[in-house]
Design a protein around this ligand. Structure first.
Ligand code: ATP
Length: 262
């Protein structure tokens, strides 16, 4: 198993954020983690890499590629080489006053100890792999000069630069328009198949998770309340909260009729 989270509990001060959470991701698998805002999805993914809030108390076990995530040296090594995480807003990850080339090569230079020039060549290849062109110009750009979709591709390329076995994608396509979202999802799927990565795909969108993921965990108030195949979530939701989510369609307030004058 690539990622194994077992009976994870996490509290900050007196607030219990995660309750007995168990989640597994196998090699080559896309696993969804779905739930409403505040249900604990991000905290679960971060806790998998031991990125926990200051003062947090944790119990339960996490292993990534067989590495138990307790020893700080092991945790550092896993974060550098075995697992990578991408987030909703690429602008929050990239320093706005640094050129793309400097930010995107950081992982390679500092982690793998290769020269800046070698890292630029490697990143340029990865930018092509994620569907970007004119890479020399791109590497000289600042984040504000690129669209959100292009920036998310840059972040994906940088995350993949250490050839991770596990990718944690936290609402990675939620901020993108529908067309770009579909492109980035197709890109992630292609890269995942090519590299046989396991992906933990976090989203609040049950439809998306059902369509995109092999298996889906549903979270509510810090607990996993359901676990089903993506293909079965809408056909046969086996648990009441999942059924309620599946049936939930936003209802818009009625508009006052608009009088159209000739
Ligand atoms: N550092 C922290 N200190 C205290 N409480 C926190 C901290 N981080 C998160 N929480 C609380 O933990 C709960 C779960 O938050 P989390 O961000 O994991 O939810 P989420 O399902 O990812 O939500 P969203 O989709 O809005 O990001 C929330 O109630 C949040 O307020």
């Amino acid at each position: 198993m690539l990622l194994s989270i077992e009976n994870l509990n996490l509290s900050v001060r007196d607030h219990q954020i995660l309750r007995d959470v168990s989640v597994e991701v196998a090699e080559g698998e896309t696993v969804g983690l779905v739930g409403e805002s505040g249900s604990g999805k991000s905290t679960t993914a971060r806790a998998a890499l031991r990125l926990v809030p200051p003062g947090a108390r944790m119990s339960g076990g996490v292993t990534v590629c067989g590495n138990t995530m307790t020893d700080p040296a092991v945790v550092r090594q896993v974060r550098r080489t075995t697992a990578a995480m991408i987030f909703q807003d690429p602008r929050s990850v990239l320093n706005p006053v640094r050129r793309i080339g400097d930010s995107a090569t950081e992982r390679l230079v500092h982690v793998q100890g290769i020269t800046r020039a070698e890292a630029r060549t490697r990143i340029a290849e990865l930018l092509v792999e994620v569907g970007l062109k004119d890479t020399e110009r791109l590497l000289r750009c600042y984040p504000h000069q690129l669209s959100g979709g292009m920036l998310q591709r840059v972040v994906i390329a940088a995350a993949l630069s250490s050839a991770p076995r596990l990718l944690l994608a936290d609402e990675a396509t939620s901020a993108l328009d529908v067309t770009t979202q579909a492109e980035v999802l197709a890109l992630l799927r292609r890269l995942q198949r090519k590299r046989e990565m396991g992906v933990l795909f976090i989203t609040h969108d049950l439809h998306l998770a059902a369509a995109y993921c092999d298996r889906v965990y549903v979270m509510k108030d810090g607990s996993i309340v359901n676990h089903q195949k993506g293909s079965e979530i809408f056909v046969n939701p086996t648990e009441p909260y999942t059924r309620a989510l599946a049936d939930a369609v936003p209802v818009l307030p009625e508009r006052d009729p608009v009088e159209v004058r000739p």
